[in-house]
Design a protein around this ligand. Structure first.
Ligand code: PLP
Length: 435
């Protein structure tokens, strides 16, 4: 029977009885049931309020239940709830146009996907077909999504241009706090990381490398801020060897860093840009690839061997248009920048001064990570059991955190006010002080 919304225990039991959850052993799961949300807050079925410092999976940039976005989805559903990707549709054309208004010069085409992983799949496919090369260089400390086998398992002709499950090469990127290059400054770390990247390109054979794939700012890996020199150097290496630079903006894009796209911080122009999450705050699943003109031109006469049933789904498209328009008219990107500069950054720095457990804080906009350590001298990560206890304490105090490894990521919605940010940071400080 259908489970009527009632209380936490009932909903959790109904969920774990039948829902198979991501990235988890299923046996001991007790997911928090969420009944509703508004702005930066959500409520469980027992009525407890949480301040969301996670934006779920760092995607609810515009906050919960933004009325303009909800209305746009309702109106589109009432008019045309679904239409296939081969048809022309007003909402889809408008969504592409709104996204392109925030893309770099020289980008005039968008390929829509259902989320981030398939955006990456298709960006890689475009780079491979455009260059006629195979390998993709990405970083060890990165997350790009959870697909890859589906098209190779496919039996019909669509498999053949896509049989490329091999050819992935990884490099270490800059990470000054735990430098892989024995560096003592961010500049030295960047310079050596770049040399490592170029030597890898040469050793692998430049004529075999289709793409260098980099998150604009590695997110799940720890909001590891690159220097502009590293990103500009990677751009130069890609250009020098005829390699496409794919910048993954799935997590960092659409306001999170206080700019529309995070790569703008570094003064570079990618060849392909992947996006999802913040483009519509996940109100309807959506993602895509922004395609620079030379790559788009490759497919003027040549068939692009890729597609998805729900590419450019009208409900997703209507939500993208409404989200971007609301972000523009309400100054949401600017708000993210200001909150980072005036509240989160200074408060985290001050906390790190006071508390030995904080090894480093880093970030920009509403995209921050605090690295927790057992010993500031050795930088030994705080053990998982302690991180679990911290997570529980934060939730008991009404904060929804984003915890990864030994880090607390401070990633609230971009619409957060200074007061709300202060409230959440005070909870973090209290929990870390009392542990
Ligand atoms: N790329 C980045 C940088 C991400 O952070 C993520 C998800 O966290 C993805 C790609 C995959 O996106 P999705 O989960 O929508 O497939």
């Amino acid at each position: 029977p259908f489970i009527q919304p009632s209380d936490n225990a009932t909903i959790t039991a109904a969920d774990t009885g039948h829902v198979f959850h991501s990235w988890s052993a299923q046996g001991a799961l007790a997911p928090l049931p969420i009944a509703s949300g508004s702005g930066v807050k959500v409520w469980d079925f027992d009525g407890k309020e949480y301040l969301d410092f996670s934006s779920q999976l760092v995607n609810v940039n515009i906050g919960y239940q933004h009325p303009a976005v909800v209305t746009a989805i309702q109106e589109q559903a009432a008019r045309l709830a679904t239409i296939g990707p081969a048809y022309a549709n007003d909402a889809r054309a408008k969504a592409a146009q709104k996204i392109l208004e925030h893309a770099p010069e020289g980008f005039h085409k968008i390929f829509f996907t259902n989320g981030g992983a398939d955006a990456i799949e298709n960006a890689i496919r475009m780079a491979r077909l455009h260059t006629g090369r195979d390998k993709v260089i990405s970083r060890y400390r990165s997350y790009h999504g959870n697909t890859g086998a589906a098209i190779v398992a496919t039996g019909d002709w669509r498999r053949i241009p896509n049989e490329y499950a091999t050819g992935h090469v990884h490099v270490f990127g800059p990470y000054p706090y735990r430098s892989n290059f024995w560096a003592t400054t961010p500049e030295e770390d960047s310079a050596r990381a770049l040399e490592h990247l170029e030597r890898t390109v040469v050793a692998e054979g430049p004529s075999s490398i289709a793409a260098i794939l980099l998150e604009a700012i590695p997110g799940t890996a720890g909001v590891i801020m690159p220097t502009a020199e590293y990103m500009q150097g990677a751009r130069e290496i890609a250009t020098r060897y005829g390699i496409m630079l794919i910048i993954d903006e799935v997590m960092a894009g659409f306001g999170r860093t206080g700019k529309w796209l995070a790569h703008e911080h570094f003064g570079i122009t990618p060849d392909l840009i992947t996006f999802a999450k913040g483009v519509n705050s996940g109100y309807v699943p959506a993602g895509g690839v922004m395609i620079s003109d030379p790559i788009a031109k490759t497919f003027d006469d040549r068939v692009f061997p890729g597609g998805l049933t729900y590419s450019g789904h009208p409900l997703a498209m209507a939500s993208i248009v409404a989200t971007i328009e609301a972000m523009e008219s309400e100054g949401i990107v600017e708000n993210a920048a200001t909150i980072g500069e005036t509240v989160i950054g200074p408060r985290l720095e001050a906390m790190a001064e006071r508390l030995d457990v904080i090894g480093e804080v880093r970030g920009v906009g509403v995209f921050w990570a605090m690295e927790l350590v057992a010993d500031p001298a050795t930088k030994e990560p705080l053990p998982a059991a302690e991180m679990g206890a911290i997570k529980k304490a934060l939730m008991d105090h009404g904060l929804l955190p984003f915890i990864a490894d030994n880090r607390i990521h401070v990633v609230p919605p971009c619409v957060i006010t200074a007061d709300e940010a202060e409230t959440g940071l005070a909870i973090i400080e209290k929990v870390l002080s009392e542990r």
